[in-house]
Design a protein around this ligand. Sequence first.
Ligand SMILES: Cc1cc2nc3c(=O)[nH]c(=O)nc-3n(C[C@H](O)[C@H](O)[C@H](O)COP(=O)(O)OP(=O)(O)OC[C@H]3O[C@@H](n4cnc5c(N)ncnc54)[C@H](O)[C@@H]3O)c2cc1C
Length: 715
Amino acid sequence: MKKIVLLLIVASVVAVFAFDLHSLLTLDSLKSRLEQFREFQTESPWLVAGVFFAAYVLVTAFSIPGAAVMTLAAGALFGLLQGLILVSFASTIGATLAFVGARYLLRDSVQAKFGTRLKAINEGVEKEGAFYLFTLRLVPVFPFFLINLLMGLTSMKAFTFFWVSQLGMFAGTVVYVNAGTELAKIDSLAGILSPGLILSFVLLGIFPLIAKKVTDKIKARKVYAQWTKPVKFDRNMVVIGAGAAGLVSSYIAAAVKAKVTLVEAHKMGGDCLNFGCVPSKAIIKSAKLAHQMRHADKYGLHAATPSFSFKAVMARVHDIIKAIEPHDSVERYTGLGVDVIQGYATIVDPWTVEIKHNSGETSRLTTRSIVIAAGAQPVVPPLPGIETSGYLTSDTLWDEFEKRDDLPKRLVVLGGGPIGSELAQAFARLGSQVTQVELGDRIMVREDPEISAMAMDSMRADGVNILTQHKAVRFERRGDQKVLVTEHQGNTVEIEFDDVICAVGRKARLTGYGLEKLGIETNRTVVTNEYLETLYPNIFAAGDVAGPYQFTHVAAHQAWYASVNALFGHLKKFKADYSVIPWTTFTDPEVARVGLNEQDAKEQGVAYELTRYGIDDLDRAIADSDAHGVVKVLTVPGKDKILGVTIAGVHAGDLLAEFVLAMKHGLGLNKILGTIHTYPTLAEANKYAAGEWKRAHAPEKVLLWLGKYHAWRLG
Ligand SMILES: Cc1cc2nc3c(=O)[nH]c(=O)nc-3n(C[C@H](O)[C@H](O)[C@H](O)COP(=O)(O)OP(=O)(O)OC[C@H]3O[C@@H](n4cnc5c(N)ncnc54)[C@H](O)[C@@H]3O)c2cc1C
């Protein structure tokens, strides 16, 4: 049925063009027939009005070009008032028919194909849809037929579409019909742009912006109504938390000479320096060396069981933290012009932050803006017995292990995400008996299954006992023994252990510092808009507390937007750009990704072409006895546009940078292929991946002719 309707529509549009009917809808034709029309009109005014109305509805409903000319004609034939009434209703009815038609004919297929991506639009339309459509209708430069069709694909109700369109198109219709009343004086469509009309259009163009500003102001006024704004402020900005997000926010503020205070309750540098990236990468390095010693025969040396003091390994981890500490220190930031306070911050009202200093005193600062950069903390699963058996998290394990003389003998790692996987492999390589427990059917689930499988194979080869589809049920203490009881396909599986690390995720810090009192909306993170503004337009959030990505580099990236919008948002605001976000899991092989992988592309219904290059073929990887891994590049079918890249292999995180740059700046694989890469480097893998893509797009026909040409040249 749908196909028949679609065919009929296509046939009627083709007929309009085939029989040159649309030429009736040009200004010249209109002018030449005006007198004729006038004669008809004098004879039968109602019939002419009725036919005109029906024709207008059809033109709009079938998205046939000519509605603008018909609007002018309405002015010329019927005058301002009657023309306005006819066009106003006919255009809305026609638009609504086009809207319903698009929904009926296209929506299901589009929803099925772009479901996840349309979800955001649907939510946006649900939230602000009427206003959104209103602004589109007000600005006559947007092709209305497109608006009709696209809105049909969203979840907007047909009635809402009808009345908003009726209202929104009214002003533009007045302008056009009015211009039509002067049709006789106009020679071309461009002629309607007389100074008076230009002014009307400019007003129409800026009206939506003014309307948006006014609505924003009204919303803000409502939010701030219960608070008293200080007349003067102590600070331009107060930043809560000195992790990556807080440090960068305050750095930017100080750099542009704003008066900024950074408050940190615990350790400068936050998670990344003290409990996260830095210690984990430090221990991964020691573990890798131990692994290489164990497999030294791979390099022609004698394999050796590494003998080491765990205390020394952990001391090195802490030395490394200390070596990096000055980068994030109070002294450095004070030197940069940031007022650093060590204490606990609480937002008291939208412009006041109370600080309980570590030294004991309490003070208050008034501030124009606040950046919340309070980070996240490890999730501890509420399993029976977990408290009595004792557990470690990324927050506690570094200090706890520093005190120990010996490596944990039997270690359970709960969770198969990046943090769990990195730690499981590192401790296994150092010599712990590691069991990694994961509920799902594979670890690193955000990556493509083959990439997870590569990581799992490598980790299993290192001795990690990866138990997938195992649900942790409870912890038990049996005398000296600690046991984790799990469920696996209906059976109970028990794992004896000495230490357990919980790495089942990290949750944003959302309580205890004023968000509740101010009614700042939180979900799993602080809810912000694309400018990183919270409910209060002068309070921003960045980093793990804002999500959705939990990476140091994303925290720093968001910090720029939060800080710049906080300080200069009254002049110009910037939307946080998440279009090219890279990340790496530092297992061996490293898994590095930017943009879409196959799994995402399939879920989101994005068409893609896959190019693979096996790193086992790369000269440098072979020379290093590290010849394993893959570069997977997803491109738009038939186009040199990168959708995403996954690299699994040694130094994948570093190799990815070239693709991140390419995606960020819209460079394709041809550009990567045309760039000289030093021989022999691992980075050549990127060039070879581009080469694979190029080979798959070789112009076969041209090559055939070239073959013939060269054969002919042979004589
Ligand atoms: C084991 C592990 C490994 C990781 N590895 C990587 C990696 O390799 N690469 C990567 O990109 N990311 C990694 N991460 C993630 C990274 O550490 C975080 O994304 C990053 O630290 C987030 O920075 P942030 O500024 O948002 O928060 P945080 O670094 O958590 O900083 C928030 C700070 O706010 C302070 N604070 C909170 N509330 C208050 C208050 N009311 N008053 C004053 N101060 C307050 C806290 O004390 C904290 O210091 C890792 C994380 C872990 C746990």
